[in-house]
Design a protein around this ligand. Structure first.
Ligand code: HEM
Length: 128
């Protein structure tokens, strides 16, 4: 197993983002959600989102959850697959604390999105 570098620059973040969405476009589970997307707009937006997460650049000023609220038929299995593929993309290219941070945040945000979509019970719902 070759020794992989950690994520050091925005270009490294861009490498992850571009590889991930290249796979997503043809993904058997999630490809339909990305069909017809304006990649010229989406890819730089996602690079700025992930740079903000990894390097605290503050470059992304958007509402990450909003478009997902309008996507039909999203279930927990879609998020599990998204996270698995995202982790796989990071692991194929990088290893180290920033790579771990990126994977951890992806999983955490996927959890928040699922709670917002009512796919994952909150503590309140569990108590009810
Ligand atoms: C089942 C899982 C997911 C699917 C199918 C999905 C799909 C998409 C699609 C199609 C868009 C583009 C929407 C548009 O511009 O019309 C988008 C935007 C975005 N997604 Fe996801 N996504 C998923 C999970 C996630 C997760 C877990 C994260 C974060 C870790 C994430 C972060 C974002 C962000 C930041 C945007 C841009 C929001 C903006 O417009 O500012 N997505 N997603």
């Amino acid at each position: 197993m070759p020794h992989l570098p950690d994520i050091e620059t925005e270009a490294d973040v861009a490498a992850v983002v571009h590889a991930f969405y290249h796979d997503m476009e043809a993904d058997p589970v999630l490809g339909t959600y990305f069909a017809g997307l304006d990649w010229q707009a989406h890819l730089p937006k996602m690079v700025s989102f992930w740079s903000s997460v990894v390097f605290q650049t503050g470059a992304y000023r958007g509402r990450p959850f909003d478009p997902h609220a309008r996507m039909p038929g999203l279930e927990r299995r879609h998020f599990a697959h998204w996270v698995e593929r995202f982790h796989g993309t990071v692991d194929a290219l990088f290893a180290g604390p920033r790579a771990d941070l990126m994977k951890g945040r992806a999983e955490q945000i996927a959890g928040v999105f699922q709670v917002k979509l009512g796919l994952w019970p909150t503590l309140d719902a569990e108590a009810a």
